[in-house]
Design a protein around this ligand. Structure first.
Ligand code: EPZ
Length: 419
């Protein structure tokens, strides 16, 4: 498996263009199964998860043409309704297929999405919503079968504002008879992007971005084209990298509002964050100050930024507390940061981080996408060299990370696995 070799010490300087959002692209690709015709999606990031989703759509009978930054999905002849277990295990986002196929074919069979490094990934809220729409849910032998040839609108109150459950219910409801209301819905920008895509197809959805989403069932949907919003987590990752290396970086192709939770926190550390029409500028002239974070659903601090933020706080001046409220086991990066000299204590959902002057390069392992990129950030400020194993995790969610970092002056190279 590929590894990264990172030599720390260089401040990041220059301009980086942020790619389209992985977590908007994946549900939108799945949603294209809802309409018999060809949808075009632009600003598609070149990621492993996107390639896996292309494979799944093809297995369902869609014709998929993917190129640089776009994919064309012809779902006219979609007929299969079972997602193979190996692909479900490969990527949790396969679960989005449920809502789309239920809405299109009235039947779908998936295996439980694999748990992953950040904890169990239950789908009870997804299933609660789909059964509220009238789907008959059968769970056995690790599979879930949902059958609902004639879904009808319903009121669904989510116990937790689950992003995936909100998106799955939206997709299943667009062609249901009558009106569906999702209460305590997720408010993430990616949910809004999915609403906008579905409405371009002829759906009638209002309220995405608030905690109440209303979907009026329609009988027909039509092919459309859509450009995916920029990736606020990739943007946040580069913003932290710029600040913790005491650099000066300009981010292009960003929606400042979506990165505000991270920008606000960065300003508390003493970094300068300025957003203008051309993007976001992040500058830091001195060592950052310690700050506290607690992860919450949007617009709270994003859980997908928690590992990267912990890397930044590991070298801040003072002691910080990071509380992870979204996932039960999202501290896998802590042991690896400790190997680099970070002083971190875990107390349940809270991590106490005592900032040190310098980390030291070490051999470390990526356990998942965001933990992996947190270790890249740590390597950028560590003394000496860091070797990061299992870089394939990073390839799931960051397009050409090492090239983008090198263009900003970082010393990062990919060591290809000898075949
Ligand atoms: C989405 O995952 C994102 N993935 C995650 O990003 C992100 O961390 C997460 O939302 C929270 O923002 C995609 O959009 C593809 P949830 P999702 O359902 O939908 C519990 C990344 O790094 N829960 O909002 O799976 C769940 O266990 C990834 O890009 C239930 O209990 O997140 C978790 O504790 C990681 N029952 C919490 O809710 C359910 O039925 C949040 O999960 C569903 C979720």
């Amino acid at each position: 498996m590929d590894r990264f070799l990172i030599t720390g010490g260089a401040p990041l300087k220059g301009t980086v263009r942020i790619a389209g959002a992985k977590n908007a692209t994946l549900p939108i690709m799945a949603a294209s199964l809802l309409c018999p015709g060809t949808c075009e999606i632009h600003e598609v990031p070149d990621l492993r998860d996107v390639r896996v989703m292309c494979e799944i759509l093809k297995l369902m009978g869609a014709k998929v043409e993917a190129g640089k930054g776009y994919c064309r999905i012809d779902a006219a002849s979609v007929a299969a309704c079972e997602v193979p277990e190996n692909l479900m295990r490969e990527m949790r986002s396969s679960i989005f297929i449920m809502g789309a196929l239920l809405g299109r074919l009235g039947k779908v069979k998936v295996s439980y999405p694999g748990g992953c490094a950040i904890g169990p990934r239950p789908i009870d809220l997804h299933l609660k919503g789909l059964s509220a729409l009238g789907a008959k849910i059968t769970e056995k032998h690790g599979y879930v079968l949902a059958e609902g040839p004639a879904l009808r609108g319903s009121d669904v109150h989510l116990d937790f504002p689950s992003v995936g459950a909100t998106e799955n219910i939206m997709m299943a409801a667009v062609k249901a008879q009558g009106v569906t209301v999702i209460r305590n819905a997720a408010k993430e920008p990616e949910v809004v992007d999915l609403q906008n895509f579905l409405n371009k197809m002829g759906a009638k959805i209002r309220g995405a971005g608030t905690d109440t989403i209303k979907i009026e069932g329609v009988s027909d949907l039509y092919p459309t084209s859509h450009s995916v919003i920029p990736d606020r987590i990739e943007a946040g990752t580069f913003m932290l990298a710029a600040a913790m290396t005491q650099g000066d970086v300009h981010l292009e192709n960003v929606i400042a509002e979506h990165t505000e939770p991270v920008a606000a926190k960065l300003r508390e550390t003493g970094a300068e964050v300025v957003s203008s029409g051309e993007g976001i500028y992040v500058t830091a002239r001195r060592r950052l100050q310690a700050v506290d974070i607690k992860t919450l659903p949007y617009p709270g601090y994003p859980t997908d930024m928690q590992p990267q933020t912990m890397a930044m706080l590991s070298v801040a001046e003072g002691t910080s507390v990071a509380i992870e409220n979204i996932f039960v086991n999202r501290f896998k990066h802590v042991d690896e940061l400790r190997r680099m000299g970070a002083q971190i204590n875990i107390e349940g959902r809270a991590a106490v981080i005592r900032g040190v002057e310098r980390l030291s390069g070490a051999c470390v392992e990526a356990s998942d996408l965001r933990a992996g990129v947190a270790l890249v950030l740590a390597g950028l400020v560590a003394d000496g060299q860091t070797v990061l194993e299992n870089v394939y995790h990073i390839d799931r969610g960051y397009e050409a990370l090492e090239e983008k970092l090198r263009r900003l002056g970082a010393q990062v190279q990919r060591l290809k696995e000898s075949r």
